[in-house]
Design a binder for this molecule. Structure first.
Ligand code: FES
Length: 106
């Protein structure tokens, strides 16, 4: 399963993800700058904030109310496209997913 992370400066990095792992875990496992994932995916930190590419928003689904609440504490602007990347599980239907990274996560 491939996931592409686009940094604020436009640099795109495509990583290979294990099925069932999250967008956050894949980034952290590959030492990608831009996703911190401080709480390890427990929806407690919002340092895994990302923006799902418009072409993929239907497929990644809606955020949960807990996720919504946590995003209020995110360091960067929250938009319609905002998700906690630890809450996006990768399965073959999401092969090719594109997410955009915020300016900073602190
Ligand atoms: Fe902490 Fe996603 S890793 S909320």
């Amino acid at each position: 399963i491939k996931v592409t992370y686009v940094a604020p400066d436009g640099t795109a990095t495509t990583l290979e993800a294990e099925p069932g792992s999250s967008v956050m875990q894949t980034a952290v496992a590959n030492d990608l700058d831009g996703i911190v994932g401080e709480c390890g995916g427990a929806m407690m930190c919002a340092t895994c904030h990302c923006y799902v590419d418009p072409a993929w928003q239907d497929r990644t689904g809606a955020r949960s109310s807990d996720e919504e609440e946590m995003l209020e504490g995110a360091a960067t602007e929250v938009t319609e496209a905002s998700r906690l990347s630890c809450q996006i599980r990768l399965d073959p239907a999401l092969d090719g997913l594109v997410v955009h990274l915020p300016e900073e996560q602190h």
